[in-house]
Structures are given as C-alpha cells and as structure tokens.
Design a protein around this ligand. Structure first.
Ligand code: ADP
Ligand code: MG
Length: 900
C-alpha cells in the first residue's frame, strides 16, 4: 500500500477491499526461502521414513514396493529381484479412472485401476462402504469387461493399481494401512487387498483370472512413462490427491531388507506435515478445510496440493472475503456455504469461464468479482505447485546425494496437472507427462509378476513331494499303528520296524515318592552324576559333569566302567554321601534289549562310543562288577532307563497324566504306558508297562517308501547307517538341515535360486545346520538373518532368494512336525482304545532342542495331532533335565513298589 492510503481507508471502500484481497493473496504466497525450508523438512521426513528405527513414527512412510528396476524401453519389462524377463509380453490392462471407463488390454494380462469417483462401464459409481460390496463390484466390472474379449481357456493374470497406502511385503501381498480420498469401506484396513480381490473374482467364477501384482498409481505412472525408451525414475501424481515414488538405493530402504540395487519407494508424502511441520505455512482457510474434512489433522500436505481440496480452499477464501463485504455484494451467497461446490473448478478459468461457473452456482458476479476470484484461484494453484516442486526437489536432492553424484539427470513421470518451479539446481529433471494414465505401467508390472508366478509354480512342483496331504498323514498314522501291534506281538516282534522294547517301568510317579537317590546320565552330550532329593515340597538336585576321555570311551569296557565308578565315588565324597547306600537310577541312552528294570543288554554302541567287551552284556552287571573291583560296596543299582522314559517320568512327577515321553533332538523317539495284556514279549497280564518304541526305525522295512523324496534318499545314502532309522531321518535335528541343503542345490540347478550361480560351499555335507531353520523361520521377515546365514555359505542372496530359502525351511520343518504328529496320533488313539473310553486326556513329556528351540515345530505338531486324533486331548509338557531327574524317579517308583 502506498503511504497515506491507510488514513484514507474508511473513506475509500474500493481501495480497502483491494487491500483485503491482497492480504488474502499474500497469505497464500510462500516465499522462496520458506519453500527451501519446506524442502529441507521433506528431506528429513523422508529419511525418517526410510530408517528402520524411526519408520514406525514417520509421517512420510516411504513404503517399499518390491519393484527393483524400471523398463528400459527395449522390450524388457521391470525386473523385481533383478531377474531376467522372458521376452514377448504385452498385457491386458484394465483401468477405470477420473470419471470415465477404461478397461484395456493387450496380450496376456489384465490390469485394474481403482480410483475415487470412477465411472465404470459408463455407469456412475460412488465408493460403496462395505468391503464385500467394493471388491464384488470390481470383480463384476472385470467380468463384464471380459465378457466379449477373453476365452477362459487361458489363464489371465491381473495387475491391480490401488492408490492407497499399503504395507507391501511382496508384489502380490499388500495390507491396507488406511483408506484416504473419501474411501472408508469397513474391515479392509489391515487385510491383504490382493487376497480380497482374488476372493471376489473367484466368487464371480472367473477362475482363470489370477491377481498377480498390486501397485500404487505412482508406480504405474513411473512404469508407463518408462515405456517410451526414456527410463523414468521418479513419478508424481497430482490429481485428486498427491503422491510420489522414486527409485531409491535399495540399501537405504531399511524396511525391505534388500541390500543391492535399487527399489522403488512409494513416499506417501500426502501425510507430510501431519506432525505439525507445516504449521507455519497453513492459513486459516487451510485450517477450515482440514476441520471440515473426514480426517482432520491428517494428510496435511495433500490438503494443500490435491485438487480434492483446492476448490475448498478457494471457497473458504471467498467466504471470508464475502464476510468482509469485499465480494458478491449484490447477490445471495448462501451457496458458498455448501461443501465441495467448487470442487474441481478452481483452476484454469478463462475470463468467461469464471463468470459462467459462478453464475451456474447462482451468484451474480461483477466484473471485479470475476477478476478477484480468478486471482485467488491462481494463488491457490500456484501455492500447490510450489509446494509440490519443493517436495520433488527434496526427492531429487536425496537421489543425487545418495548416488553420490555432482549432477543428477533424471526423467520424472507426471500424472495430473502440474506446474513446476524447481528448487534443486543440481538436478536436471525432464517432466514426462503420462498419456495413458497408469494402465500401461500396470500391465508391465503384471507381466513381470506373471513370470514370477511361473517360477513359483516350478518351485511348488519341486516342493510338492514334501507336502503331505491329510490322507498321507492318516496313512502314516495307520502304518505306525500296525507296526506298533507287530512290535508288541511275541511272534511278529522280530519283523517289526518299530521295536516296542519293554522297559519294566510299570508306573509313573504319583507324587508320594520320597527319598534320596543317585542318578547317572550317560549317552547325552555330557556324562553326569547327580543326587536327587524327592521331598514333599519338590525335587532338589545337585550334579557334577565329568569328562570321559576319548581313550576311555574307545578303550576296554573295564576301563570305561572303572572310570564311571571313580566318578561316582568322587561325587559321593564331595556331596558327603559316602556313608549311605542310595538307590541308583541309570539313564543309559544307547539301544538296549531290556530284560528287567535293572537288566539291559547293550545292542550296539553309538555316538562315538566303542569300548570293547560291552555289546551283548548287561550294562548294570558291568557297572556292579566295576564297583566290586573298586571295592565300592555302597552301590544299589535299581533301574536303567532310556532318555525317553526319563523324560516321561520327570514330567510325570509334575503331572500324573503324563504317560508319554517324546524326544525330538539329534534323533527322535517315543515311549508310552501300554497295557501288560498287550505286551506279548513280557509275561503277565496285570497293570501297565512303559514301552520304549524306538520309533526312529519306523519305515526301515520299506513301509514308508512312497513318502520318501529324492532329497531324503540323498540324505540317507550319505549317513553311516544308510537304510536305517528312516522315520528319524525325516524328523530330527541331525537331518533337517541336510534335507534343506539338498533342496537348495536342486533349486540352484534349476536356475530358480541364486540366479543359478554354482555354490561350491553348499556342496559340503552338514554345512546347513538345523539350528538355521529355527533362525530363518522366526516370525516376521528375518531376512537379514537369512542373508547372514547364506553369506557365511558364500552365497549372495537377493530378496527373492531369501524368501525362497525361508519357504524351503518351512516346508521341511512342517513335514517333520506333521509326521511326528501322525506317529503320536497312533499312540494316543491306541491308548484311548486300550482304556475303552470315548475320550482320552493325556500329557506328553517332551525333550530335545529341536522341539524346544524351533519357532513353529511344537505348534504344527500340536495342531496336526488335534486334527488326526480329535477324541484325545493332549497336553505337552517340556521336561527339564529329563535324563537326570527321570532316572532318579524311576528308582523312586521302583522303591515305592518294592515296599509292601
Ligand atoms: P540330544 O538329542 O543329543 O540329547 P539335543 O536335544 O540337545 O541333544 O538336540 C541336539 C540337536 O538339536 C542338534 O543335533 C541340532 O540338530 C538340533 N539343534 C540345535 N540347536 C537347534 C535350534 N536352535 N533349533 C533347532 N534345532 C537345533
Ligand atoms: Mg537329550
């Protein structure tokens, strides 16, 4: 204002009103320095979104899209995972957007774009509010579209352009984070949108249509613009809402765990400013618009830039000026109180256009009114463009910095109306308007997804033999049951693969056991001597680990048992137990033919033991003889037990229902309480006896041959006991890693893994340990860990490779758990029938590192068991120190029975 004007204000209404208009225009103008600051804040917000630590709190979410390269225009399409693309693919693409119907196609695939306010197939449509309605509606559109043009013999892949913020974990897996742009269908947020669409499509009986890829509209734009031979690495959408995407250095996209190459990031920058960072540029008009919107406080940047809101900003400016009696003084302005009346009319008005539009609303604008409204519109649009440019400048500078370039030259694909004013002088950006909307790009991504789907089918084919159907498992259960009967029968015993060894343990603890016992544990990882005090208030133990030198384990039997007695004497001395004669329980974890509770003939040594003169001998007798040689007279061996039995007994002390023991560690085995009348190999009909099943050998007679895969045969061939312990080799820790290793080798050979590069280290036996399965299968994408493990094997795994390795591990451990369940189902069903009851409640005591450490094994086991033995309620109890405590408890139970 010129000096002096201020004084004359009250007297010159025309000038006053001009000033008031200018004040409004000024409020809408953002100076260049402020725009620079906005750019800086956007950069900061982007970094926050990229970082793993701060991602959860970030407003600009920087979502990974799993698109790893753009088409280069030479006929090769986008290449997620940097894999070569099969030539020759155009695609079907369907697109409905911006008020008109557009479903279009080329050979092979179908694309579908969802945008607000669509007209589809010439019919007007507003977003339904129920999820089923929404996805059913889309599926109906697809069906109508296909009615005339597609023969259902061909599978039709469909790419889905879905411009809402999603947490995407694969090209075809995307959970909706939140609706925007007026959509609010309930029950979709948090769900996989791809799955919802596929279900709806199936419901339309379009069984030949597969939803194979989902992408954001920004990604579609980037892909479309790239199709013309100029690789496009940034895309901008400025339409109803606003958003952007760009090719970031994959390493910086910490949420995606991809380390090499690039990955397209969907910035979701519409939410920029939701934490208050834009408060200094917000005008009272913007605050009104925000307050009246369906999501106050959210999408602050979008509400400054998107056309859905620009009309509203103008309306609020006009309303304010009308209140100040600056505009439309001669006419009724009630219409301006209606939300959204100016929705999409605010930019590009020619003189006549402005007048016509205002008159259409029932206003009677003067020449000056038209002129002022036009000025205001221009200011609102210019501000939007400037802010958008500041955002784009932030992206460009980020790319320039992270690529360590002095100068970035890049193409930017733009969809929607956009005015530029660049704030990043170090970047030369060429704006490529997107002519075909996003549909073409959608088709490209769909083509890539199609190739990935083909690969996935090949992988599934390779893994299919490892996937057991319910019928397979029922058959395994029936076979186990048959082998159990054979093993128990006096005549059939010799030919059974499940040996069903009597243990002479006739009862589980009932809680009344009392006293002090010695226990020995030989055959686990360590040799231990223990003293166990069983009292009213629980069990207390003290133990000592003793080393047995290799020279002794591989020397003579006399030396070995002499050594054991020396260890016991040392222990008794230290524990001040020399004066007492304590009953001793002996956990001896080698295969034995037991002839009594305290009589066990060693069948063979395992685990590196080879002391001479022991096989074929009663190990209790060997121990007693050694005690005599050492003149240790205070030794009373009352029981020798297997670790399975020890596990059952130790859990049985806490839970009297525990009548089954299970081991899933290096090997696998089980024991349970059988009726004496069914045990043909032991005299007597009364009561029960614990049977050591030795189920690891199940299948050694060939009865499981049809479920063994080539991978299992390869693993078996290389073991020291080829053809033996066949069931164990499908289940236990010593073998699962090896099975996985053989599958990985096969995948590499078929070029489905590590781009087919040879992996010399993966040829090494036992290099892939079973504990890796536990790490790799931990909940959530532990892809970093997968990668670290594979790196140790000198394998550079891409994102896709890591997922595939994870899938292989899951398949192998699932099969192991399910087979274990089939075995247990046979056991619990037999126990239930033995007792002639319709229902059985029983507890399984379990030990073994695989069972205890694997994140999924126990869950899968229990789930499958419920399925296979629905009349049994089975509880699982992990044993703590089953072999130590268990041996003492066997001794205690034996002593209890010995008393009158
Ligand atoms: P054992 O069966 O000899 O008594 P464990 O029950 O401790 O011994 O089982 C050891 C086996 O468990 C190892 O051979 C290995 O295959 C497997 N294992 C070790 N760590 C893990 C783990 N974290 N997850 C799954 N399996 C494991
Ligand atoms: Mg063990």
């Amino acid at each position: 204002p010129a000096p002096g004007e201020r004084h004359s204000l009250p007297f010159r209404p025309a000038l006053t009103s001009r000033l008031q208009v200018q004040r409004a225009l000024l409020a809408l103008t953002i100076p260049l320095e402020t725009l620079q600051e906005v750019k800086g804040r956007m950069l900061q917000a982007m970094r926050k979104g990229l970082s793993r630590q701060t991602h959860a709190q970030a407003n600009v979410r920087m979502l990974p899209t799993y698109i790893c390269s753009t088409p280069d225009g030479t006929g090769k399409a986008a290449q997620p995972g940097d894999m070569p693309v099969a030539e020759g693919g155009w695609c079907w693409a369907a697109q409905h957007h911006g008020g008109s119907a557009g479903l279009w196609a080329s050979a092979g695939a179908l694309g579908c774009l969802l945008q607000p306010g669509c007209w589809v197939m010439g019919s007007s449509w507003s977003p339904p509010t129920m999820p089923l309605q929404l996805f059913d509606f889309i599926a109906q559109c697809v069906r109508q579209f296909l009615a005339g043009i597609s023969s259902p013999q061909h599978r039709l892949p469909l790419g889905f352009v879905f411009p809402f913020s999603c947490r995407q974990t694969q090209l075809d897996k995307a959970e909706l984070i939140s609706w925007s742009k007026g959509f609010s269908c309930s029950d979709v947020e948090g769900k996989d949108v791809v799955q919802l669409l596929q279900l709806a499509i199936n419901k339309q009986e379009l069984h030949h249509v597969d939803v194979v890829a989902l992408m954001n509209d920004t990604v579609g734009t980037m892909m479309t613009c790239s199709m013309r031979g100029e690789p496009c690495e940034v895309a901008l959408i400025v339409g109803t809402g606003t958003n952007s995407c760009f090719m970031a250095e994959a390493q910086q996209v910490e949420m995606a765990e991809e380390i090499s190459g690039k990955m397209c990031v969907n910035t979701e920058w519409g939410c920029f400013g939701d934490d208050g960072t834009l408060s200094d540029i917000l005008t009272p008009y913007d605050q009104h618009v925000d307050q009246e919107s369906s999501n106050p406080g959210e999408k602050r940047f979008e509400k400054l830039v998107g056309s859905l809101y620009l009309g509203e900003i103008v309306r609020h400016v006009l309303t304010a000026l009308v209140a100040e009696k600056v505009l439309f003084t001669g006419s009724s302005v009630a219409i301006l109180r209606t939300k959204d009346v100016l929705k999409t009319h605010c930019h590009g008005w020619e003189d006549g256009g402005a007048r016509r539009a205002l008159e259409a609303l029932g206003l009677q604008p003067s020449e000056q009114d038209c002129c002022r409204v036009q000025q205001i519109c221009r200011a609102v649009v210019s501000r939007a463009a400037a802010l958008c440019a500041a955002g784009l400048a932030a992206i460009l500078s980020h790319m320039c910095q992270s690529r360590e370039l002095e100068r970035l030259v890049v193409n930017v694909g733009v969809d929607g109306e956009f005015v530029t004013g660049l704030l990043a002088p170090e970047c030369t950006a060429t704006l490529l308007p997107s002519v075909d909307g996003t549909g073409q790009g959608a088709a490209v991504v769909t083509a890539v997804a199609l190739r990935l789907a083909a690969q996935r089918r090949e992988v599934d084919q390779l893994l299919a033999p490892l996937r057991l159907s319910r019928a397979d498992l029922e058959r395994v259960q029936a076979l186990m049951r048959r082998e159990m009967e054979l093993g128990l029968g006096l005549e059939s015993h010799a030919s059974a693969s499940v040996r069903m060894l009597p243990t002479y343990v006739r009862g589980t603890p009932d809680g009344t056991e009392r006293g002090e016992f010695l226990a020995l544990d030989l055959g686990g990882t360590n040799f231990r001597v223990l003293v166990v005090r069983v009292a009213q208030d629980g069990i207390r133990m003290a133990s000592e680990i003793y080393v047995i030198p290799t020279a002794v384990t591989q020397g003579t039997g006399e030396e070995l048992f002499n050594h054991i007695i020396e260890c016991i004497m040392d222990f008794q001395l230290k524990q001040n137990l020399m004066e007492q004669v304590l009953p001793l329980g002996f956990t001896f974890s080698f295969p034995c033919q037991q002839l009594g509770l305290d009589k066990a003939v060693l069948l063979s040594w395992t685990k590196g033991f080879s002391a001479s003169g022991c096989v074929g001998q009663d190990v209790v007798q060997l121990l007693r003889e050694a005690a005599q040689r050492k003149q240790h007279l205070g030794l009373k061996v009352v029981a020798v037990v297997n670790d399975t039995v020890g596990t059952m007994m130790s859990c049985g002390y806490d839970d009297p229902k525990c009548e089954i023991g299970l081991i899933v560690g290096t090997g696998t085995n089980a024991c349970y309480m059988e009726e004496m009348r069914n045990v043909g190999t032991v005299e007597g009909e009364q009561g029960r006896m614990c049977i050591n099943m030795e189920w690891g050998a199940f299948g050694d007679n060939g009865c499981l041959d049809d479920i063994f895969t080539d991978f299992d045969r390869l693993v078996d061939e290389k073991t020291i006991n080829a053809g033996k312990q066949r069931f164990e080799k499908l289940i236990s820790g010593m073998y699962l890693g090896e099975i996985v290793r053989h599958i990985l080798l096969a995948l590499v050979e078929k070029q489905l893994l590590f781009r087919g590069k040879p992996c010399p280290k993966l040829q090494t036996r036992d290099i892939f340990q079973t504990k890796f399965l536990s790490t790799i299968e931990i909940d959530g994408l532990a892809l970093r860990q997968v990668r670290a493990i594979l790196q140790d094997l000198e394998l550079q795994a891409s994102f896709e490779d890591s997922l595939l390795v994870q899938k292989v591990c899951q398949t192998v451990s699932l099969r192991a758990a399910q087979l274990c369940a089939a075995g247990l189902a046979a056991v619990v069903e037999k126990m239930r029938e033995n007792r002639g009851s319709a229902q059985l409640a029983v507890t399984v005591g379990v030990d073994g590192t695989l069972y205890k450490m694997h994140p999924r094994f126990s869950q899968h086991l229990q789930q499958m068991l419920r399925d296979l033995a629905p009349n049994c309620t089975v509880t699982f109890l992990q044993s703590e120190d089953g072999s130590g405590k268990g041996a003492a408890l066997v001794a205690a139970v034996a002593c209890r029975r010995a008393e009158p």
